[in-house]
Structure formats: C-alpha cells, structure tokens
Write a protein that binds this ligand. Sequence first.
Ligand SMILES: Cc1cc2nc3c(=O)[nH]c(=O)nc-3n(C[C@H](O)[C@H](O)[C@H](O)COP(=O)(O)OP(=O)(O)OC[C@H]3O[C@@H](n4cnc5c(N)ncnc54)[C@H](O)[C@@H]3O)c2cc1C
Length: 326
Amino acid sequence: MKNFEWVQPETVADAVAALGKPGAMALAGGVDLLDRLKERLDSPSRLVSLRKLPGMGDIKVAGGAATIGANVTLARLAADPALKASHPIIGDAAGHAATPQLRAMATIGGNLAQRPRCWYFRSEEFVCRKKGGTECFALDGDNSMHAIYDNKLCAATHPSTVVTALMALGARVQIAGAKAREVELASFFVTPETDVRREVVLAPGELITGLTVPAVPANLRTAYTKQVAKQSFDWPLVDVAVALVMEGRTCKRATLVLGAVAPTPRRATEAERVLTGATVDVMTAGRAARAAIASATPLAHNDYKVPILEAVLARTIMTAITGRAS
Ligand SMILES: Cc1cc2nc3c(=O)[nH]c(=O)nc-3n(C[C@H](O)[C@H](O)[C@H](O)COP(=O)(O)OP(=O)(O)OC[C@H]3O[C@@H](n4cnc5c(N)ncnc54)[C@H](O)[C@@H]3O)c2cc1C
C-alpha cells in the first residue's frame, strides 16, 4: 500500500479544502475504502477523515421530516426510535444491510458513495471500463450477481440497499463543496452511459453532509424487502422499497424502487403505472410485478433473478397494503 497523509479536519470548510487537493479521498467508516486500498483499486495520497465534523453524526425528526447526518452509522439508523416511528422502512433497510459489526462502522454517507462490488472491478487483474479499460468482463463472464436491467455497457449493480428505501421516500442529499448544493437522491447516481467511471455526481472536493427525508403523510403505505440467498448476512439478490399513496383501496401515486438489479437504484416505472389509479390487491400487485420485469435484459447467468424480483415486488406491494409480511 502506498504511503498517504492523514488529515482530520474539524470543520466542513476545512474538509472541503483538504479534499480539494489532488489525490485526496474522504474516509468515513472505512468499510469500503479500506477494502479498495487493499485491493489496490485506489491509492490516495491523502485521506481526509470525516469523523470529527460537527453535526454530521445527528439524526433529527421534527414535524415528521427527518434530517440524517452523513456520519450516522447504519446501526444507529436501524435503532433510532424517532426514525423508526417516522420512516420505518429506513431502519428496516439499514438493519438488514451487512453484519452487526459492519453496521457499527458503516456510515450512511459512505454507503451512498461506496463503489460496486463487481468481482471483476474489484480484481486488479481486470482492467474493466470502470478502470479505464474497454471491456465489461461480466458481460461474457460470471454475471450471476450482476444487473438485469441497463447492463449494456457495465453490468455492476449499485451495492447500497439503504438507498432503495431512502429513494422511495423522496430523500434529498446535502453536498458541501466550493458551492453547497442539494440534489434529489434519485438524481445523485450516474448511469454508465453518462460516465462509466463513477457512480455518483460528487465532484472532486465535494462531500455529503447529510440527507433530508420528507414527512410521511398518513395515507402513505410503505414496505421494504431485501432478498438474499442465505439466511445469515449476505449481499442482496434483489431488494425492493414500495411507497403507495392510498385513498381507500385505490392507489393515487406509486413509487417502487428496485435495488441490486441495475447499475443505479431503479424506479419500476412500468409497475408504478399499473398501480396508479388501480385498486391494489393480489391481482394488481402481480400485474405490476409482471410489468416491472417485462423490460429486464438478463445475462447468461442471472436470469434466475427475474422471477425472484417479480415475486419479491408483488409481495412487497401487498406488505405495504396489509402491513403484514406475506
Ligand atoms: C460483507 C459486506 C456486506 C455488505 N452488505 C451490504 C448490504 O447488504 N447493504 C448495503 O447497503 N451495504 C452493504 N455493505 C456495504 C457497506 O454498508 C458500505 O461499505 C458502508 O456503508 C460504507 O460506509 P463507510 O462509512 O464505511 O464508508 P467508507 O468506506 O469510509 O467510504 C466509502 C466511499 O465513500 C466515500 N465517502 C465516505 N463518506 C463520504 C461523505 N460523507 N461524502 C462523500 N464521500 C464519502 C469515501 O471516499 C469512499 O469512496 C456491505 C459491506 C460488506 C463488507
């Protein structure tokens, strides 16, 4: 591992200045970044620890809306009583990510900005498109855990499952940098077609300071499911977050977000159209799920994910409606 300078700023302005230097990288819990250093994917000349930045470790819920600092760990997101009451699917998603030890280290800022876990990208032997090469090795290789949508250029999936729930709730991301800005979480991710070498809109010198999540109206029904291959901790095969604005049994607006199936978290817009204006029951949930998978483009070794996604999406829609896991 290359030597690097260690900086621990105590203000956001100092952190932005420190990150503006060539070769500087932000360090939060280190779960992803330390792996990448060991895998020789990254060799920063300077690590800027975000641990001491004020206000970035807080969760506040006021008037039903939540403000979440970027340094809040997934363990705290899963356990915070106010957040559990105001936005239960955030805790569901955070509590099912990784393992208890990892959740105690991993921050939500790092979770949003972590890089894909594609085994070709993570191996120094494969110079794939994400590393400046000309090939996506997963397309003709072992793509069993890869994208089943939007996978022409790069088949790596975005690794965050917490994002799926946050996006369904309309979260926004606060970014500090030369100029502070706020973006919808849905617009925070970059598709391979836009820039295959990065996954998020952060420019050099920018950092996430936190997230805001709007209040959940009384008629919003939500549910989250992470489907894994084994019962102990695992990366997702698929994960799904559902948010339905209901008037009686009729869906007025549907937001369905799919994780682990595309290079970015993906709205299931075809399924949203089926649900909007419809009476939501097992039949419509099934139709919506079928509409969602109609545009899937699975690869040679991951078509098994398509029926799993269909079943998980239908089930999660019904869980949102009935309040009971089915
Ligand atoms: C075995 C295993 C299983 C896992 N399972 C899941 C899972 O099921 N679901 C899931 O969502 N995740 C999962 N993860 C991923 C884990 O949750 C993330 O790696 C972790 O959240 C990253 O957070 P961190 O604070 O450790 O980030 P770091 O490793 O410190 O940073 C990650 C990246 O984000 C950047 N960064 C960090 N903070 C900021 C900030 N505030 N602003 C801008 N950039 C920043 C860093 O520069 C770096 O590039 C798993 C990880 C492992 C090892």
